[in-house]
Design a protein around this ligand. Structure first.
Ligand code: SF4
Length: 358
């Protein structure tokens, strides 16, 4: 079979439904050349987003203490993972961290809280926090707080929230193998509440949880049905002791193929490389920027900015551009010694000389 990469680009650019058998081939057929595939997906991405890469920062505003049993999650009631457990951060802390995120070029500030969904009291507090972020910071926002009903979604929207995140995570068929305390339909209903309340939907999946190729395509096409403008594609970060652990399904090449399939099926969506980027894509992270136009970095306060520096550097090295205003000096200061400590990166040497550290 001869593959018509340019035809795939054309179908996607026209907004036509992408043939499922072609998407299946992208995931499975080794005769499809990875570079030509990524270039074809890249044409779709560049037509929509240019060479810009949106960097989204996650802030876990509440960690652990979750009564749900999502098998992949270190915060679930069935996980023994030694995660830091803390109740919801204070409003001042969340607002201050939003300021910091904005000053570092972060495009969107994503607040994530563990749990089944917000109680009335928690929703009240979130509404007030969102109002303060809108008035005092002015940054795009996204909230991920579990299951949300119509009224709560509307209140978040009125308080200034742009987007609600709720991932489908996997297909309806595979979902019962991943979680028992809520259903796939519960997740769909949350997405409906968000769109009904006028919020944009951010919803994606976690790959590498024992799903089939058809499960991946089911999610990609379901999100097309929702016209989801934002699709994070996560790659399972296995946590030892969790029920959903390590299926050895992912290679860097497979991750890129998955991202390309999502790009062709959802040509106008922000396709975001989510969790597991460094570990699963490894040396193909730059290639993944052809289908994907966005990525997550972990919370600055946890990583002390290092993850952000590495991500920005990778983006620029690949000829892309961070979408936002950021402090280049801070990034430059992040250049490190090579792995071999006796060999200095030339740029590091210059900076050290400037600082009188030679
Ligand atoms: S609801 Fe969220 S925090 Fe709770 S177990 Fe599931 S993924 Fe983890």
């Amino acid at each position: 079979m001869r593959f018509e990469y340019a035809k795939w680009t054309e179908i996607a650019l026209n907004g036509d439904p992408f043939p499922r058998e072609d998407a299946y081939a992208i995931l499975t057929d080794r005769d499809i050349d990875l570079l030509q595939l990524a270039a074809a997906a890249g044409d779709v991405r560049i037509a929509r987003f240019g060479r810009k890469v949106q960097v989204h920062q996650i802030n876990n505003i509440k960690n652990g203490l979750c009564p749900e049993d999502c098998g992949y999650c270190g915060q679930s009631k069935v996980s023994d993972a030694p995660v830091r457990r803390y109740p919801t951060k204070t409003e001042d802390e969340i607002v201050r961290e939003a300021h910091e995120a904005k000053s570092q070029g972060v495009y969107r500030y994503c607040m994530v809280a563990s749990g089944r969904g917000p109680t009335k009291r928690e929703a009240d507090a979130l509404v007030h926090t969102l109002e303060r972020i809108r008035e005092e910071v002015g940054i795009h926002t996204c909230l991920s707080v579990g299951l949300v009903d119509d009224e709560t979604a509307q209140r978040f929207k009125d308080a200034g929230l742009n987007r609600l995140n709720h991932n489908l995570n996997t297909s309806a068929r595979h979902s019962p193998k991943i979680v028992s305390t809520h259903t796939y339909d519960d997740r769909i209903n949350t997405l409906k509440a968000a769109t009904g309340g006028g919020l944009e939907v951010c919803s994606g999946m976690i790959c590498g949880m024992g799903e089939t190729d058809d499960d991946i395509l089911d999610v990609a096409y379901a999100l097309r049905g929702f016209e989801a403008p934002s699709i994070p594609v996560n790659f399972l970060v296995p946590i030892e002791g969790n029920p959903v652990y390590d299926f050895h399904q992912l290679t860097p090449e497979r991750c890129v193929r998955i991202l390309c399939a999502f790009r062709f099926i959802n040509p106008t969506a922000e396709i975001r490389i989510g969790g597991g980027r460094e570990g699963h894509l490894r040396g193909l992270q730059s290639l993944a920027l052809y289908p994907a136009n966005s990525l997550f970095v972990e919370g600055y306060l946890v990583s002390r900015g290092d993850a952000k520096r590495k991500a920005y550097r990778m983006i620029e090295d690949a000829g892309f551009e961070v979408d936002g205003v950021w402090d280049r000096d801070e990034i430059e200061r992040g250049f490190e010694l090579d792995d071999n400590p006796s060999v200095l990166n030339p740029k590091t040497t210059l900076l050290q000389i400037e600082r009188g550290e030679d």
